[in-house]
Ligand binder design. Structure first.
Ligand code: AKB
Length: 317
């Protein structure tokens, strides 16, 4: 039986992934690792939670020992925009935090899932149909830490036999927990503003295409890659995965099918635009499809319909 620790369990992905893992493996088998923000509601009531600041190896080790953990989903991280504003804290959390998790995994023999990102790509990378194995010279602190994290995870697998696996996530869209500090956050904000104000001012230019994914697919992919037959895996850290690629205009046009008077304006943020311009327009995720049968359930129109229904309910509109 799996005994799982999720770090960053109150974050955008963590809050939903923890609940799905509890549903699959049993409430008591999945520990929500929290740091500054305490869990609330179902996340708090449905299973154990523990303070785990990943930059403190003793806290990681304490949780792993206390709950006999054999698998960690290490989601705690600082995202791209915040990492540009605070590069050293980003290095500390994204690199030292990961090293602590891997060291504890080595000591106590745990499998480790680490989310990587489209941020691992940069100048020199082919931006269309970006291959699984290609140039990775990111020019953001977030990208540097995610790229180095991929290498470190592969190193722990090859050198120490730790079962490390990861995904290069695109922008993730959900209506449960807001993302914080990412370049792709605009896509989530657009839904909230479309419902609340019928207008949104976008910080990225028209024509900025980025890979995106709806949260149910993000959760499914994390669980499936960890359940995959290791004999089939030629890659580990980390797989390109995507579900759709759009720019602000495409997303707005799809929202307008449901909210016809929705208006999209632009006020471009130079820092966010530079980050987005260094990332792929669309990735090739054929290795994930071949090695562990990855296939997303939601395309743009299915995601927009579901998001607007669920978010409308949540916001009482
Ligand atoms: C970000 O925008 O920083 C993240 C990511 C794509 O990794 N959502």
């Amino acid at each position: 039986m799996k005994r799982i620790l999720v770090t960053g369990a109150v974050g955008q992905i963590g809050s939903e992934l923890t609940m799905e893992l509890r549903h699959r493996y049993g409430n008591d088998s999945v520990v929500a690792g929290v740091n500054r923000t305490q869990p609330t509601g179902e996340l708090k009531e449905s299973g154990p939670f523990e303070t785990v600041d990943c930059t403190d190896i003793k806290q990681v080790e304490h949780a792993v020992k206390k709950y006999s953990i054999d698998c960690m989903y290490h989601l705690a991280a600082i995202l791209s925009v915040v990492a540009e504003a605070k590069p050293m804290p980003a290095w500390n959390v994204n690199m030292n935090g990961l090293r602590n998790v891997l060291e504890v995994a080595r000591e106590y023999t745990c499998a480790v899932f680490t989310p990587s990102s489209i941020g691992v790509f940069g100048p020199g990378t082919p931006l269309d149909n970006t291959p699984q194995d290609t140039v990775q010279r990111p020019n953001t602190m977030y990208g540097v830490t995610k790229m180095s994290g991929e290498l470190l995870c592969d190193y722990y697998h090859k050198r120490f036999g730790i079962d490390t696996r990861g995904l290069r996530y695109p922008g993730i869209i959900s209506c449960v927990t807001l993302p914080g500090g990412g370049t792709t956050d605009y896509a989530v904000e657009m839904f909230y503003k479309a419902i609340e104000k019928k207008a949104y001012t976008c910080t990225l230019k028209a024509g900025t295409f980025l890979d995106m994914m709806y949260m149910p697919d993000a959760i499914k992919s994390a669980i499936e890659v960890m359940e995959a037959d290791p004999a089939r895996l030629k890659h580990r850290n980390a797989f390109n995965v995507t579900a759709m690629s759009f720019d602000p205009e495409f997303l707005a046009a799809e929202i307008k099918k449901h909210i016809p008077d929705f208006m999209l304006n632009y006020e471009v943020d130079a820092v966010k635009q530079a980050i987005a311009d260094s990332w792929p327009n669309n990735m090739d995720d054929s290795c994930a499809r071949e090695e562990w049968d990855w296939s997303p359930d939601y395309n743009l129109s299915a995601m927009v319909k579901d998001m607007l229904e669920k978010l409308g309910e949540k916001l009482g509109k």
